[in-house]
Design a protein. Structure first.
Length: 382
């Protein structure tokens, strides 16, 4: 009786794909640049172990490099480490930008003399935002597997001023706590596959504790980590977008409205220092927010304050004893709401019965706007 033996052959699914290999010149080659016509132009070698590799360009599976010998014992982690080091060193040596982005607290360089800080409660003088720098702007050398202060870096960046930075590729093992505690600046990139090396070197979420430069992340480490970086008191020389609010007079000499002029905070502050009177109306009022819902005083109230304080000949129903607060019915002529609104502009210009509201109401408007127009009060007191 013949014994039958059945042999099952299992196809092992490859988990780790090698998308990069070196050609015969030592140049790193991306599998995406290889097709049937160029696959034999050169031999290819593993970046991790140095053994020969062949391009796999099938129709069903993703393209990748595979070791030619099936008996090669190659560590994918070693491959990723070596690829990462070569990628960033090559970019550095070619003077290509290597941007890195982390969260930091910024302080406006004009904070000590800014008129908006106290007057309008400007909070932009100290704020946390993403900050981007370029490694090539700070460091002049990049060496792989270099030791500094007893610690070996995947890549060691140095500058003529004596500053050092470790660039670490983490696959299965993160930086040792003792290495982080050394105080050396460290950028650590956590990767699982070689395509992760193409992602930006940027913090994606605000760290838990910016005060802790040693480790601001707590237990959950992000994909890109910045250890021992100064995150406080970055000097910000940029400008905060603001608006200049300017009153406009009509042909009759009355206040007809206001316009918002986009302008940076530094430009507005400079104008306030250089001149008291700006534009046709005679004075410019800066505000932090263009949206009057966010203003400490409404745009109309600011204009009213300026007009009444300077005793300008303003005729407006809102200031009239017969129609306080711009009520929809004039108590002197009895106009109903619809007729009143249609006739309002004409009435304000031609009305012979205009009577200014009591002084106490005027003072109330002035008091409400006093903090908002702090710099104007200061200018007049000098």
């Amino acid at each position: 009786m013949m014994n039958k033996c059945f042999i099952k052959i299992y196809a092992m699914q490859q988990k780790d794909f090698y998308n990069f290999a070196k050609d015969e010149t030592g140049a790193v080659t991306d599998i995406a640049t290889i097709d049937e016509s160029s696959r034999h132009r050169s031999k290819f070698f593993c970046i991790g172990c140095g053994e020969e590799m062949v391009p796999v360009l099938g129709q069903r599976r993703r393209h990748h490099f595979r070791h030619k010998s099936l008996t090669v014992n190659c560590s994918y982690e070693t491959y990723l480490h070596q690829l990462g080091k070569e990628k960033f060193k090559k970019a550095f040596d070619a003077k290509d930008p290597i941007p890195f982005t982390f969260y930091a607290e910024h302080i406006c360089s004009q904070v000590e003399k800014c008129p908006f800080k106290e007057a309008l409660g400007c909070k932009e003088h100290r704020h946390v935002k993403k900050t981007t720098y370029n490694l090539s702007d700070f460091y002049t050398t990049c060496e792989p597997e270099k030791t500094y202060q007893g610690w070996r870096a995947d890549l060691l960046f140095t500058s003529p001023k004596g500053s050092h930075l470790f660039f670490e590729i983490a696959v299965s093992h993160d930086c040792e706590p003792e290495k982080i505690a050394s105080g050396i600046k460290i950028i650590e990139l956590k990767i699982k596959e070689d395509n992760d090396l193409s992602k930006s070197l940027a913090e994606e979420e605000l760290p838990e504790n910016l005060e802790n430069a040693l480790n601001p992340y707590g237990q959950q480490l992000p994909r890109v980590r910045f250890f021992n970086f100064q995150r406080k008191n970055h000097i910000d020389k940029g400008e905060i977008p603001m608006h200049l609010v300017r009153g406009i007079k009509d042909v009759y000499g009355f206040i007809a409205g206001f316009e918002l002029i986009p302008m940076g905070c530094r430009d507005i502050a400079k104008k306030l220092q250089e001149m008291r009177y700006i534009g046709e109306f005679g004075f410019a009022v800066p505000e932090i927010k263009a949206d009057d819902q966010e203003m400490k005083a409404k745009v109309f109230a600011i204009g009213a304050w300026l007009a009444l304080k300077r005793k300008l000949p303003v005729k407006h129903c809102a200031f009239c004893l017969y129609s306080p607060n711009g009520m929809a019915k004039c108590m002197r002529f009895g106009f109903q709401r619809g007729h009143f609104l249609r006739s309002r502009n004409l009435m304000e210009k031609l009305c012979t019965e205009f009577s200014l509201i009591p002084e106490g109401y005027v003072q109330g408007i002035i008091d409400r706007c006093q903090s908002t127009l702090y710099w104007d009060l200061q200018a007049e007191s000098k």
